[in-house]
Design a protein around this ligand. Structure first.
Ligand SMILES: [Zn+2]
Length: 327
């Protein structure tokens, strides 16, 4: 059993929904927008409740908000709870509900960031405000961090703060962020809560092909677009081999034990099938991957450009970065 930090009856659900909807209305698309207006708003909601915070810009507009709430026991290490204010961009024409409207439709709150992760940010703000209103002191220092730039690697958010403002995290011994907490029913009485570790690394790549520019009506065997498209197609269709790293092996073995199915190291695919719903999220931790995601070339249909560029989202298992690059 677990005791919620704040009983649900005391934490106003309406307040969380309102805060989340307002957060969604800030277009914090990364990289096309910045977080400043949203960060100012967060600091304002905290200040309303009498909670001091510091707004830290790593670059113009790239704003982070940090607040420290004193705990009852200063001897205990502080707990960091962090969320990010940026979202990945959204093309409104692909949405049934405008992505930055924060609209409630059919009983659901819609918008970019509604589940990643302005929902959590709203819960963090509502909880802090609840503490302030009721004079609740957490058992230990609580550091709330509302960060910039998570979606593009954290360069202007977490990375920057750790390098330039470690003082903000003084005394922190544990941190809770997004991800994890998804549970799987094993049977009627037991649930499996995976703990994330050994995250895959990012190896984002830019590919450039150069060729011979020319008129679109003439033969050209050094067409940069053709060459790059060929390479990208091969990268996109590559199936990387399964590499069973130690943490994943431990996870699979334990999951198999709990589900009462056989784990066969020489037949990973078969073992996954036996694990049912758990196997879905296992797919991405078994191998490296590389997906072409952007392509840029040319400016006119009848002109063969001398250059084409593309981006590839590469991900590697711990210890397998070189293998990805080599492949
Ligand atoms: Zn996220």
């Amino acid at each position: 059993t677990s005791t919620p930090l704040v009983p649900a009856s005391e934490l106003s659900q309406d307040e969380v929904i309102t805060l989340c909807a307002e957060l969604i209305r800030f277009d914090t698309s990364n990289p096309t927008s910045d977080e400043r207006a949203c960060a100012d708003w967060v600091a304002g909601r905290l200040a309303e409740a009498g909670i001091e915070s510091e707004l830290v810009e790593s670059a113009p507009g790239r704003a982070n908000v940090i607040a420290r709430i004193a705990g009852a026991d200063p001897e205990r290490g502080a707990l960091l709870v962090h969320g990010h204010l940026d979202v990945v961009p959204a093309d409104a024409s692909e949405w049934q509900v405008p992505p930055f409207s924060g609209e409630i439709r059919d009983g659901y709150l819609w918008g970019r960031g509604a589940i990643d992760m302005k929902d959590t940010v709203a819960v963090m703000i509502a909880t802090a405000r609840h503490f302030a209103r009721t004079g609740t002191r957490p058992s230990r220092d609580l550091v709330l961090a509302f960060l910039a730039d998570e979606e593009a690697g954290g360069k202007f958010g977490a990375h920057w703060l750790v390098e330039h403002r470690p003082d903000l995290f003084a005394g922190v011994t544990e941190a809770i962020g997004e991800g994890g907490g998804f549970s799987f029913a094993i049977d009627g009485t037991r649930r499996l809560y995976p703990i994330e570790n050994a995250q895959r690394g990012m190896a984002w790549m830019e590919l450039t092909a150069t060729g011979r520019a020319g008129h679109g009506s003439s033969p050209n065997d050094e067409n940069a677009v053709t060459d790059l498209a060929e390479s990208l197609a091969r990268i996109g269709r590559e199936t990387f081999p399964i590499r069973l790293i130690e943490p994943v092996r431990a996870l699979l073995e334990e999951a198999a034990r709990l589900y009462g199915v056989e784990f066969d190291e020489d037949d990973i695919e078969g073992s996954l099938e036996r694990l049912g719903p758990v196997s879905d999220f296992m797919q991405v931790v078994l191998r490296n991957s590389a997906n072409p995601t952007m392509f840029d070339a040319g400016y006119q249909t009848n002109v063969i450009p001398g250059k084409a560029t593309a981006r590839v989202d590469g991900r590697f298992l711990p210890g397998h970065e070189q293998e990805l690059i080599d492949t």
